[in-house]
Design a protein around this ligand. Sequence first.
Ligand SMILES: C[S@@+](CC[C@H](N)C(=O)[O-])C[C@H]1O[C@@H](n2cnc3c(N)ncnc32)[C@H](O)[C@@H]1O
Length: 305
Amino acid sequence: MSNTIQHLTADTARLAADEGTSPRSHQSKVVEYYASATAGYQDWSRNINMHFGYYQWGMNPFDLEAMLENTNRQVFQRLELPGEENRLLDMGCGVGATARFCAQQPGIESVIGITLAPSQVEEALILNSPLPAHLQPTFEVADYHHTPYEAQSFDGVYAIESACHSLEKDKRSLLAEAHRLLKPSGRVVICDGFIKGEQALNAFTQHCYDKTCEHWSLGHFPQLEETLAAMEASGFRNIKVDDITLRIFPSASFVPVVALRYLCKLLWTGDKNPQHWHHLLAPVWGFLLGLNLKRFRYCLISGEK
Ligand SMILES: C[S@@+](CC[C@H](N)C(=O)[O-])C[C@H]1O[C@@H](n2cnc3c(N)ncnc32)[C@H](O)[C@@H]1O
């Protein structure tokens, strides 16, 4: 881990210094959060998908797990993988729900998932065990700003609700690293909440934003226009933006119910673990932030090397 942190780019370090946050302490917070809070995601998703769900006409809007799995499918489809023997990298894999989904799709040779949290690697390996060996992704502790892999190692790279942990608003280091790692014509897909527009947020939205970031140990939600510019500057072409905010609504509407259930559990067991309370409060503030539809959008963006 400490090697990983040392490798943070000068840009990230500068940005963090500007904002008074050290990258080291920020990443330690992320690790600490997931070490305690990951188990709580079982209340959200049977397969521990740590993201929102993609609704499509014809789906049952009350089947949360199906919508969460459909996000995995949508990301996978946008990788537009060619032929057979594709190698994928999951930048910020959680406990590997998406990596396991991808590893079971046709045309996949291997999937590597990286996370900052060693506890998630342990958990992800346990969750792998029902799968036959050739369908198991591998998991490693690494920082997506600067990974240990050789250039042009992957046919597709994706980041689902993990880019928001980076301190950079334009995600330039993550994008530059994805570009380095991709083979020519490979695609990157980022699925996340984005802030649209460059003017300051109103006071209420800013408060919700700050609280969401604080409780989820986020750096910044990607700023849409700046991220697209950074994508282009990194060398990506054929950049596509899918605004899927409305498709996320049915799964987001589960937040109050799941949060209430989790609150009862915390109160009933007298749980005072601060990370568990962060895990409860983050989606509540995030839900309020998401109500500002003018400024907060949920998007799938992709680009080709
Ligand atoms: C909300 S979880 C999403 C997990 C997974 N993508 C999913 O959708 O189920 C965010 C993940 O990003 C990882 N993460 C945050 N910052 C990272 C970094 N700098 N490098 C690698 N992973 C990171 C966290 O460790 C965590 O696993």
